[in-house]
Design a protein around this ligand. Structure first.
Ligand code: GUN
Ligand code: FE
Length: 437
């Protein structure tokens, strides 16, 4: 998708309802969200300059170009904190649990990314799907092929998107031979990609060992060494997703105290570490993750689709752990962060802790940005942040519209779109102030 040609340097005033955050609903309740019924957002040079009432900002900036979104709701662009863009074409593959799902569907699909033209095609398709669903930033795994990383960062650069990504590393004979690197090549390729892409425009490199079952201790150690040399970057991996997987980890790493220890022992535990799933945690793992202030990423549509389990949102957030929200495409069954919020609500209900709409929206925006250590750049509508925002139609289908007609406040008006909405609810998506949808 080509960026629109509208000038982004002149100030633009976006009018509509606005929702932003002054804190976290998990600690401060819905008071942490600020709703303006007749709100405005002043955008200039790709950055949010001011947020306030339409009346005040129109009076203060009479020369600004006006874009009136009517009754639609302007929210921060969604931030998907864990996804596998190479799995775009195999989303919704039937009938397997994690290990069989990887062997049967995932690895053959990922093998195709050795070819740069295929990687380019999927990377472009994937980012356009994200924009159509109101997602402006993603933290994605690639494949073992450096070309797959080049393809995603190039496609993101062409769209102006802040994308976090890294070469997936696998050198163990548990992965098929056609999808294996080595400890040395994983280190060398990751380092070269990091040096080439990290901080170039909006690209952020993420060191990416897939998970301990597909790496040798030597590879984990090499990537731990790379992280120690580049502590400014994030590291992402998977942790305690399925019970079969945990048993497998224990058999492959008999000396480890638990799953987390397979990362900890090789320098892969830290504040800039992102641990996807984190469902079946042992008390020591919980305590260590908290101690180092690591981030956990909740992938609710994946956890139900692959049959992994119920993430303990209430317990983990009450303990003060940082939590982001993610689709986990294509283990997850949707590209939509609205659908993902709905699944997070349902999973929390199964644990008897309903999540307020403000908490769901926060997880999909600022919570994910905090998990990515990027809350000073993305994830909220606030002065100085990059102008990534999404405009939601809160009556996008007849079923949603008839429910919203009875709503008495913003939360009752937003919740039907969270539970029943999809890309039809996304009226516009802006990336660094430019309209992309
Ligand atoms: N664990 C290791 N690799 C993957 C993957 O691609 N998807 C999911 N859901 N879990 C994983
Ligand atoms: Fe994943």
């Amino acid at each position: 998708m080509a960026p629109s040609s509208s000038k982004t340097l002149s100030p633009t005033l976006h009018l509509g309802q606005t929702l932003s955050f002054t804190g976290s609903p998990f600690t401060e309740g819905a008071e942490a969200a600020r709703h303006e019924n007749a709100g405005a957002l002043l955008v200039e040079g790709g950055v949010i300059r001011e947020i306030g009432t339409a009346e005040a900002l129109r009076a203060a900036h009479p020369a600004a170009k006006l874009v009136d979104h009517g009754a639609a709701l302007i929210v921060p662009g969604f931030v998907d904190a864990h996804a596998h863009y190479p799995q775009t074409g195999m989303i919704a593959s039937w009938g397997k649990r994690l290990i069989d799902w990887l062997n049967h569907y995932t690895f053959p699909t990922e093998a195709r990314f050795a070819e740069r033209s295929y990687a380019d095609e999927i990377a472009g398709r994937y980012l356009d799907l994200l924009l159509a669903h109101g997602t402006t930033s993603v933290c994605s795994y690639c494949t073992i092929h450096p070309e797959s990383v080049e393809a995603l960062f190039s496609a993101a650069e062409a769209r102006g998107m802040r994308v976090f990504a890294g070469k997936t590393c696998m050198d163990r004979d548990t992965a098929p031979e056609f999808l294996r690197d080595s400890a040395q090549s994983a280190y060398d390729d990751s380092k070269a990609l990091l040096e080439r892409w990290h901080g170039r425009g909006r690209a952020e490199y993420v060191i990416t060992p897939r998970f301990s079952p597909t790496s040798t201790p030597g590879q984990l150690q090499a990537l731990g060494a790379l992280w120690a040399e580049h502590p400014e970057v994030l590291m992402q991996t998977h942790l305690s997703e399925q019970t079969d997987e945990i048993a497998w980890v224990k058999s492959l790493y008999p000396q480890a105290r638990d799953y987390l220890d397979t990362y900890e022992a090789y320098g892969l535990l830290g504040e800039r570490g992102l641990y996807g799933h984190a469902i079946h945690l042992e008390p020591r793992e919980h305590a260590r993750l908290k101690e180092v202030n690591a981030a956990l990423v909740h992938c609710p549509t994946s956890n139900t689709f692959i049959g992994s389990g119920l993430f303990d949102m209430d317990g983990l957030t009450k303990a003060g752990l940082r939590v982001g929200l993610a689709t986990d495409t294509g283990g997850g069954s949707s590209f939509s962060m609205l659908r993902t919020m709905a699944a997070a609500y349902e999973v929390a209900q199964l644990r008897h802790h309903p999540l307020h709409p403000s908490a769901l929206l926060w997880l999909a925006t600022q919570g994910s940005a905090i998990s990515l250590m990027a809350e000073d750049r993305i994830g909220n509508l606030a002065p100085g942040l990059e102008a990534d925002f999404t405009v939601l139609d809160l009556a996008s289908t007849p079923a949603i519209a008839q429910r919203v007609a009875q709503a008495e406040d913003i939360w009752e008006a937003l919740f039907p779109t969270i539970m029943m909405g999809d890309d039809r609810a996304v009226r516009a998506t802006y990336v660094a102030g430019r309209q992309m949808l």
